[in-house]
Ligand binder design. Structure first.
Ligand code: SF4
Ligand code: SF4
Length: 158
């Protein structure tokens, strides 16, 4: 069983995302799945864990939970993309499609300086003939390439 304090996101039966925090992840998720943890998830069963993040303590958990709750769905999907190991039920497949759609792309402003490639945690960036390219299958949309680019060529794909 996972111990420690965690913030988590559940995928609900209606496709919405629910964010919470707990000291006992597996127990808490079971409570949700049995309709005993919150009014919101009780009326949207079944629910599935799609993201968890370790935090230092209750205070940090409450802060992080509030921050995630305020995020737009796309930003939550970016978090989930880094964690998402599931493909077990139809709702998960739909979420996987939505999550996998997220990627950065490099536009024509690229001057092929090569600064972005070493920063990519998933080796998604490679040199092309006219500019650098991002492999959408590997990109986890972290934004590290955009931070180092001198000409703002990498951008989230809309
Ligand atoms: S957004 Fe992150 S994962 Fe995607 S190409 Fe850029 S550095 Fe790599
Ligand atoms: S850092 Fe920017 S300009 Fe340099 S290769 Fe990457 S995308 Fe192109």
């Amino acid at each position: 069983m996972s111990s420690g304090t965690y913030v988590y996101i559940l995928l609900c039966g209606d496709g919405t995302l629910y964010t919470g925090w707990t000291n006992r992840v597996e127990w808490r998720i079971k409570q949700h799945q049995q309709g005993k943890a919150s009014k919101y998830t009780r009326s949207r069963l079944p629910v599935h864990l799609v993201y968890q993040e370790s935090v230092a303590d209750r205070c940090n958990a409450l802060r992080r939970e509030a921050a995630i709750k305020k995020m737009p769905r796309k930003a939550k999907l970016q978090l989930i993309k880094q964690f998402f190991p599931y493909k077990v039920v139809p709702q998960m497949d739909k979420l996987a499609v939505e999550v996998n759609f997220l990627t950065h792309i490099i536009n024509d402003d690229c001057i092929s300086c090569g600064a972005c490639a070493p920063e990519c945690p998933t080796d998604a960036i490679s040199e092309g003939e006219d500019k650098y390219h991002i492999d959408p299958e590997k990109c986890i949309d972290c934004g590290a390439c955009a931070e180092v680019c001198p000409v703002d060529a990498p951008n989230p794909e809309e």
